[in-house]
Design a protein around this ligand. Structure first.
Ligand code: ITT
Length: 192
């Protein structure tokens, strides 16, 4: 049973593999040339679009993650545009810090939507996880990827980039999404 992991983001891929290893699925990375345009207006719409399009194109089961960071004082920006907010992780972080300036309201949340599609393109499972935190005024830590160095989680007193991968996997938006998804995924009856 092959499962295509429909992402081009290496940081995401690493974490998705950590949740999905040990199951009865052979994980296969999506070919880089197969790019799906994210035309949805919500995280879940984009996750469904990516999983379903990749599954159909390759005639295999596929899993996709659409995620991003929503900052309260920026009315939810960058949100679904988190990847398109700059050219590199550093650009994106700098832009966010600049737009937020010294605003006192630092509340933010990471959102992760996950969808799993059959080879036909029909979605069998979908879920969403949210992690609340605060945007620091400067980066801290060098683990993780993306916006991790500026996302501080009060309950752990650490940024995502300062946490061990075990801790991030437990408390993150992606961790919470997989926590809901995995029991159902394991119960799926898959036959060809
Ligand atoms: P794929 O669509 O190919 O999976 P992508 O990077 O384009 O890759 P998204 O459209 O879902 O994926 O964008 C997610 C953005 O949010 C991206 O800029 C990430 O860096 C950021 N992001 C998501 N989860 C994150 C996490 O756990 N830590 C830090 N940044 C994260």
């Amino acid at each position: 049973k092959k499962l295509i992991v429909a992402t081009s983001n290496p940081g995401k891929l690493q974490e998705m593999q950590e949740y999905l290893t040990g199951l009865n699925w052979e994980l296969v990375l999506k070919p880089a040339e197969l790019e799906i345009e994210e035309t949805g207006v919500t995280f879940i719409e984009n996750a469904i679009l990516k999983a379903s399009s990749v599954a159909k194109a390759l005639d295999k089961w596929a899993i996709a993650d659409d995620s991003g960071l929503a900052v309260d004082a920026l009315n939810g920006a960058p949100g679904i545009y988190s990847a398109r907010y700059g050219k590199s992780d550093l650009d994106r972080i700098n832009r966010l810090l600049k737009e937020l300036g010294n605003n006192q309201n630092r509340q933010a949340k990471f959102i992760c939507a996950i969808a799993i599609s059959r080879p036909s393109g029909s979605i069998v499972l979908q879920t969403e996880g949210i992690c609340h935190g605060e945007i620091l005024s400067e980066p801290r830590g060098d683990g993780g990827f993306g916006y991790d160095p500026i996302f501080y989680v009060p309950s752990q007193q650490q940024t995502f980039a300062e946490m061990s991968s075990e801790t991030k996997n437990k408390v993150s938006h992606r961790g919470l999404a997989f926590e809901q998804l995995l029991p159902k995924f394991k119960e799926l009856k898959v036959d060809y």
